[in-house]
Design a protein around this ligand. Sequence first.
Ligand SMILES: *Cc1c(COP(=O)(O)O)cnc(C)c1O
Ligand code: SF4
Length: 447
Amino acid sequence: MNAHVRPRILQSFAADAFAPQTFKVYTPRDLDRIEQIARLPEDMRFAMQVVATVLPFRVNQYVIDELIDWDHVPDDPMFQLTFPQQGMLESRHFDLIADLIRGQASPELMQEAVAQVRADLNPHPAGQLELNMPMDAQGNRLEGIQHKYRETVLFFPSQGQTCHAYCTFCFRWAQFVGDKALRIASSESAALLNYLRQHPEVTDLLVTGGDPMVMKTKHLAAYLEPLLAPEFDHVQTLRIGTKALSFWPHRFLGGEDAEDLLRLLERLQQGGKHVALMAHFNHWRELETPAVREAIRRLRDTGVQIRCQGPLIAHINDDPQIWSRMWNTQVHLGLVPYYMFVERDTGSRNYFEVPLVKAWEIYRQAVQQVSGLGRTARGPSMSASPGKVEIQGVTQVAGEDVFVLRFIQARNPEWVQQPFFARFDPEATWFDQLRPAFGAEKFFFEA
Ligand SMILES: *Cc1c(COP(=O)(O)O)cnc(C)c1O
Ligand code: SF4
């Protein structure tokens, strides 16, 4: 398709509104240097410091100035999305670290306590580290490659294993806190290409992180451009997971590297690949700034498709109005709603989790308020070890209350789209808490 004949649905802004911006980032050490934070009460700032000692924290000036509504802190969803809150740690963990900070504990003591708390937080949910990591012919693990579903390979480029800001609920938090043993990454374009060459069943490559859009364009190009060669014709779709539209839309606006990136995406697209940006959004607010709107416009002009996904999170978006407005906005901007995820069982799960029954009600109520084009979002979906399990609903069968479930994606393709039932449990928040309905011992896929 010729990009230039597509009608522009978004207003254009004066070019200088999007002159190159400097990326200004804050880490735990800089908390007090954030003006808006310095004005908050002392006990709140101390609590933030405690939590940021255990969990990753990183925010930037764009998020601070354009996403967070400081008049509504601490309840503001964008504040909850990026800034540590006391409730994110269980009180026994919180008190342990707080006492060490107050007592000015030695760095060794502190490190030991922090490591212990982190180990308690299920740093690698669903066996991410052990499972799905393929071996080469010599039996070596291929670092940074995951192949769980036949047609889709996940690739974790080493330069893309960070983000422009960190989500407080991040299920990949473990790799951001500096524990190298927990990091999944590859710096090897050759290993990726070899693997894809040997696996003609792979149609989709999903480049993920972290956020691959933190990478310099030339690094991204080194991984992706070789795929235009005829031997990789079976790899039809290149997906790039990103939260840059939300956390740093200037990645697509300012300066030469942004322009190079847009041209790279265009070349891949024109070279015959379907290029999809898998954009992570949690709230419609992230789609309202002039910068994100201009970034979306420029990206769509390259011919790439933008699909949207994000988890359902207490304190941030556990409200059907937020989802229906977000999906409506996405459709209006030409984006495609794709997934609503259930938050994984890791990190600060107690703070963020939403019972499965409530997740389904939120999904249902939200979907009722959007047109068919907004109903392309599947969910609520749990990425569990056998596959992606969707909660289709709660109903009664033969007098028993049950969850109706199905695999959207599964380790074994045969399992996909077979409805199955779990005993209704109003408190369950994750797949491993569900038991088969009707007195069965096992789910069908556990046989
Ligand atoms: C979600 C997911 C994919 C992509 O699945 P699609 O159904 O193709 O979107 C691939 N690998 C893993 C491990 C995933 O969780
Ligand atoms: S953008 Fe994704 S990987 Fe990055 S912090 Fe948020 S959830 Fe984690």
